[in-house]
Design a protein. Structure first.
Lengths: 174, 174
DNA sequence: CGCTAATCATTAGTGCACTAATCATTCGAA
DNA sequence: TTCGAATGATTAGTGCACTAATGATTAGCG
C-alpha cells in the first residue's frame, strides 16, 4: 500500500471565516486524495487483474474490448469500432493488425467504397466467444463484487465520463 | 448531477430468481455494461480533461503526479516515488529524465549509497507549486463536481483498488 | 575478509493512446 | 464533369506502462 507516510502537516488557516474550506484547499494538492490519481490506479489495477484471465484467450485487454465489439456485430468499419470504444482510429488500426495476425479477424476493403475497411470475425474469432463468456463472472468473483456493485460503479463512471464532455454551448459539430 | 449516485457498497441482493440471473449472464458480454470499459474510458477522459490545464504548467498528467509526490517531500528515491505512484521504477525512470530536461528536478546519486538516486526539486520545480494550487479547483469546476462527490468517487476507487490486491493467504513477500 | 545475494536504477522490447501528417477514395457543387 | 472538400484509414512521432534483462553497488553471511 503506497503512501502511508506523508504527514499532512496542518498549516495555520488564515484568519478568515471559513476555516474548514481553507484547510480543505490547503490539502488539495495531496497526492493521496487526488481523484485523478485514484482513477488511473484503479484503471490500471483492474485491467491488470484481467491479464491472467485474458492470457488464456490470447488477448490483451484492449484487444478484448475490440472482440466484445465484434461479437455484437461482425462486419464493422474501423471508424465504427473506434467510436464504440471511444478511441482514435489511429489507436485501433495497429490493434486490428495484431488481431488479424492472431487469426481472430480479417480486414478487407468494402466493395463499393474502397475507403472503408470491413473488419470481420473469423470462425476462430467467433468461437472464442464461448471461452469469453466466463470472463465477466470470473472477474466479478476475483474482485469480490456483486452484480449490483458493478452496476453502481459502472453508473458512477458513466456520470464521470459525461462530466468530461464539452459544454453544450459549444459549436454543434455535425 | 454527475456524481449523484456513487453510493458505497450497497447490499448484495442475492437473487435466487434464476430467470433474472440467466438474463443478466446472457448480457454479460455486452460492451456497454462492462465496468472495465467504463473505467478505462473514464480514466482517459478525466486525464484528457486535465490536459489543457496542465499544458499551462508544461506537464503531462503522469508528470503532474510525480510533482505532487515531490511537493510533499523533496529528496526522494526512484523506488520511493514509484511506490507512492503505484508504478514500476522502469516507468518512472524515463519520466524523471524528461522532468530533469524541463528543469523541474535534479537527479544525483546519494552519497554514502551510490545505488540510490536522489530526486530533488529545483527552485523552478518548487515554484511551480504556486501555479498548481489552482488545478484541483479548476478541475472540480470543469467536471461540475462538489468536494463531497470527489470524496465519494475517490472512496469508491480506493475500494476497487483494494479489491484487486492479491489475497492475504498468498506468500508474505518481503 | 571475501564472495554471494539482495537492492537500486536503467535499458530493451512490446503494446496502447494520442496528435499531426499522409494517401486514397468518394462526394458535391460550380 | 471536373476539381476541391470531405471521409476513411494508415503512418510517423511522442509519451506511458509493463516485463525481462542488465549493470552497478551494497549488505551480509560463512
Amino acid at each position: 500500500m503506497p503512501g502511508a507516510n506523508g504527514a499532512p502537516a496542518s498549516k495555520a488557516a488564515q484568519g478568515s471565516q471559513a476555516t474548514q474550506d481553507s484547510q480543505a484547499e490547503q490539502d488539495d494538492l495531496l497526492l493521496e486524495q487526488q481523484l485523478c490519481f485514484a482513477l488511473t490506479v484503479a484503471s490500471r489495477s483492474v485491467v491488470g487483474a484481467y491479464k491472467p484471465v485474458l492470457d488464456r484467450l490470447g488477448l490483451t485487454h484492449p484487444q478484448y474490448l475490440v472482440m466484445l465489439c465484434l461479437w455484437e456485430a461482425s462486419p464493422r468499419s474501423v471508424r465504427d469500432i473506434s467510436e464504440a470504444l471511444a478511441q482514435e482510429p489511429a489507436t485501433i488500426s495497429p490493434l486490428l493488425r495484431r488481431l488479424e495476425t492472431a487469426g481472430f479477424i480479417t480486414r478487407q476493403r468494402m466493395e463499393g467504397n474502397e475507403r472503408t475497411l470491413e473488419v470481420r470475425l473469423t470462425p476462430r474469432g467467433a468461437a472464442l466467444r464461448e471461452q469469453a463468456t466466463e470472463v465477466p463472472g470470473i472477474m466479478m468473483a476475483r474482485l469480490g463484487l456483486t452484480r449490483e456493485q458493478v452496476r453502481q460503479l459502472h453508473a458512477s463512471m458513466m456520470d464521470l465520463i459525461a462530466a468530461t464532455r464539452p459544454r453544450t454551448d459549444d459549436p454543434p459539430r455535425r
